[in-house]
Write a protein that binds this ligand. Structure first.
Ligand code: UDP
Ligand code: MG
Length: 239
């Protein structure tokens, strides 16, 4: 079983683990599909902050689409310059570029539960993910925050980002409203959306997030020793 195999190999240093897998004559393959959460919300809605708390409390792996793209810029990859220009303008990087980065990060992780933060940003992003990955997310969180609060947070966070300025934040908000809200509505209609009122302190907001992941945790325990499939998980409703 994939989970047992990765657990065993994660106890060993990576070189030993890969030798072990070679001896078995196969590349470790994820037999059970991972549990995927998309984390959506406008710029400054608190996605990254709350993801860190979910990681700490529930052992998820956090994949920020924005961070994966920024890593591509700093590693001077062939798409780096194009990604930098796109982010500077608050526009959306071509879907296949972002999806391949997400796919690579999922595949190279030993974990089987992920938070994909800040993706998909458009319906086209969503369809490309589904086509390349071949699955839908299990649940989708939406951090709902008033626009003036988001602007205030972005302009005061000082993380040295090229896009955290007055002009680009306006553009990002426009892109969010016109392109991301349709994605949020799509998942709402599918019954997969969990809306969080993203106002208050970090801890207050997390108290809305916690029960969702407590339920997910029980669900994953239940399926741990059975044949987990996305279909099984889709019929489960988190309260
Ligand atoms: N971005 C993108 N596709 C993605 C995620 C991010 O093109 O799937 C780009 C986009 O230009 C966005 C920027 O990266 O404005 C920063 O995204 P991030 O999620 O880091 O920041 P947020 O706007 O949520 O604060
Ligand atoms: Mg972020």
């Amino acid at each position: 079983m994939w989970r047992r195999a990765t657990l065993l190999s994660s106890l060993l240093p990576s070189s030993k683990a890969s030798v072990l897998n070679q001896e078995k004559g196969r590349i470790p393959k994820k037999e059970k599909p991972p549990f995927i959460t998309f984390v959506l919300g406008g710029p400054g809605s608190g996605k990254g902050t709350q993801c860190a708390k979910i990681v700490e409390n529930f052992g998820f792996t956090h994949l920020s689409a924005g961070d994966l793209l920024r890593n591509e810029i700093s590693s001077n990859s062939e798409n780096g310059a194009m990604i930098l220009d796109t982010i500077r303008e608050g526009k959306i990087v071509p879907s296949n570029v972002t999806v391949k980065l997400i796919q690579r990060a999922i595949e190279s992780s030993d974990n089987d539960k992920f938070l994909i933060d800040g993706f998909p940003r458009t319906e086209e992003n969503r369809r490309t993910y589904e086509r390349i990955i071949g699955a839908e997310p299990n649940i989708v969180l939406f951090f709902d925050c008033p626009e003036d609060e988001m602007v205030k947070r972005v302009l005061s966070r000082n993380q040295g980002r090229v896009d955290d300025n007055k002009d680009t934040v306006r553009k990002r908000l426009e892109v969010f409203t016109s392109l991301n809200l349709p994605v949020i509505n799509y998942y709402s209609q599918k019954g997969k959306l969990y809306k969080i009122r993203a106002v208050g302190t970090e801890d207050e907001i997390f108290e809305q997030v916690r029960p969702i992941f407590a339920a997910v945790e029980s669900l994953l325990k239940l399926y741990d020793d059975s044949t987990r499939s996305n279909k099984d998980l889709l019929i489960f409703k988190v309260p």
